[in-house]
Design a protein around this ligand. Structure first.
Ligand SMILES: [Zn+2]
Length: 493
């Protein structure tokens, strides 16, 4: 949370607890009474300020090789149902087809009573998404993701009877172009973990989707291998929940894979380091003993019971979470503060009334009604290095920018001023600083502060045993920086 948004509790502690010190009202019993009253007031305020904590519990349901993973998914879905908790099962297209082919209607029915998300069509088949997206641009990448991955969504719709509520990439095989494609498949939430983009360890808007991603200290995962570590996990959980309560509410993200409950190594090591063996050569993963599996189920149950016992805490699915957050579309009444902000730095702004992305503010400064837009598809460069441009030329450029945004639902990479161009960043800074009345408009340089929320280490961010050795995708991070125009914190209703 940005520093200008202190939780209510902190504001109270900033006032002086003893308005009448020592001299004038030197009466001990009165002081004691005041102290007691104040303590009561503080307690009431603290209790009233407690925000709701939501736990999103999700399972990447992906192992289509080891049949015991089908039973694990069934057992987890049933155990959770008995605990009165609904989770989100992000299912791989091939896994759904395999469940159908193996006649596991029991598993399909059990998962259907929870929320169904999507976890790619083949998960670890080569090439995985980041690999096939990394040399593609914004539009062709989105089209390619759609071509390869939509058939899995269609199969999930047929087999589970719903459109998946969310998507998350296999491993770290993330790509920004997926956002454009997923919105067109009717999938509004990005639920996963990764380093590529993140904001304050809490849900955020990016690329038009609600993201539960890069959750930092609010990502909590009990170890399935060591039951004795549970008390430590509970402590970490309680600390995280208390912090979120104090800051007005928030989300804890917890995930597992059903296959982890029955195997000791991942099923997809068949595809390690870029390998793509024939089906007949696939090896089943090593199995846990029955006792070990029981321990895993027990750890999950104990974790859920611990979380459930906390007052004001709720388990929510990805589908429910979307409804708990404010719409990303905001109508801005007062332009002065956003003009000041955008003239200095292009990044999101949180006010008492709303959270605004740089794209939201740019549209408002152009006098447009808010719509969900994409960031630019490429990085424009300014070729206009004059100090200022005539008013009429700048007004014409503003009209062109409005026209582009309306027609494409995307921000332009650059805006023409006559035969010269301003990059979107320079255009936005200039627009924000322009008073609108002078005969000439002074050109300003942009300051893309929003880009600091995107990872810079393109090898570490895409580190995954399934990617070819040394795989690095700086192009995907560059596309992500362009989409940071759409980045802002998500706000609970
Ligand atoms: Zn996975």
């Amino acid at each position: 949370m940005p520093p200008n948004r202190l939780p209510a509790k902190n504001r109270i502690f900033k006032t002086n607890p003893f308005p009448f010190p020592n001299s004038a009202f030197n009466h001990q019993s009165l002081a004691a009474l005041l102290r007691l009253l104040l303590a009561l007031l503080l307690l009431t305020a603290a209790l009233a300020a407690k925000g709701p904590v939501y736990v999103v519990l999700w399972f990447d349901t992906e192992d289509y090789i080891e049949p015991a993973a089908d039973d694990a998914a069934l057992r987890i879905a049933t155990d959770l149902e008995n605990l009165g908790v609904r989770a989100t099962f992000k299912v791989v297209g091939e896994k759904a087809r395999v469940l159908e082919a193996r006649g596991r209607r029991d598993v399909i029915r059990a998962l259907s009573r929870h929320d169904i998300g999507y976890h790619s069509n083949f998960h670890s088949f080569q090439p995985t998404p980041a690999l096939y997206l990394c040399d593609m641009g914004w539009l062709d990448g989105a089209a390619e993701f759609d071509r390869r991955e939509r058939p899995g969504v269609v199969d999930l719709q047929r087999i589970f009877g719903v459109t998946p509520s969310c998507y998350g990439q296999p491993g770290s095989s993330w790509g920004p172009q997926t956002y454009r494609a997923l919105l067109r498949m009717g999938i509004p939430v990005y639920l996963d973990e990764g380093e590529q983009v993140g904001l304050d360890d809490q849900p955020f808007w990016f690329g038009g989707m609600l993201n539960v991603f890069h959750m930092g200290r609010y990502l909590i995962r009990p170890s399935l291998d060591d039951e004795s570590l549970l008390p430590q996990t509970f402590e970490k959980f309680d600390r995280a929940a208390a912090e979120l309560e104090a800051r007005g509410g928030g989300v804890i993200s917890t995930y597992f894979h059903p296959t982890e409950f029955v195997t000791t190594a991942f099923w997809d090591l068949n595809f390690a380091k870029g390998a793509m063996p024939e089906r007949s050569e696939w090896k089943n993963p090593p199995r846990r003993t029955a006792e070990e599996s029981e321990r895993c189920y027990r750890i999950l149950t104990k974790y859920v019971e611990h979380a459930k016992a906390r007052a004001g805490l709720h388990f929510v699915t990805a589908r429910e979470l979307r409804l708990l957050y404010e719409s990303p579309l905001v109508r801005i009444a007062d332009l002065a503060p956003i003009a000041r902000h955008m003239a200095e730095r292009q990044t999101f702004l949180v006010t008492d009334a709303a959270a605004l992305s740089a794209a939201d503010m740019l549209q408002a400064l152009l006098g447009m009604d808010p719509v969900v837009v994409e960031g630019p598809s490429s990085r424009g460069e300014s070729t206009d290095h004059d100090k200022e441009v005539p008013r009429a030329a700048f007004e014409h450029a503003k009209n062109q920018a409005r026209g582009f945004i309306r027609a494409r639902l995307r921000l332009p990479a650059e805006v023409w001023i006559g035969s010269k161009k301003l990059s979107l960043l320079d255009f936005a800074a200039t627009l924000a600083a322009d008073g609108g009345t002078s005969a000439a408009v002074v050109l300003r340089q942009g300051n893309p502060e929003m880009e600091k929320y995107v990872a810079t280490d393109a090898t570490r961010a895409f580190d995954w045993p399934i990617h070819p050795e040394g795989f690095s995708a700086p192009q995907l991070l560059e596309l992500a920086r362009l989409q940071a125009w759409t980045l802002k914190p998500a706000r609970l209703k």
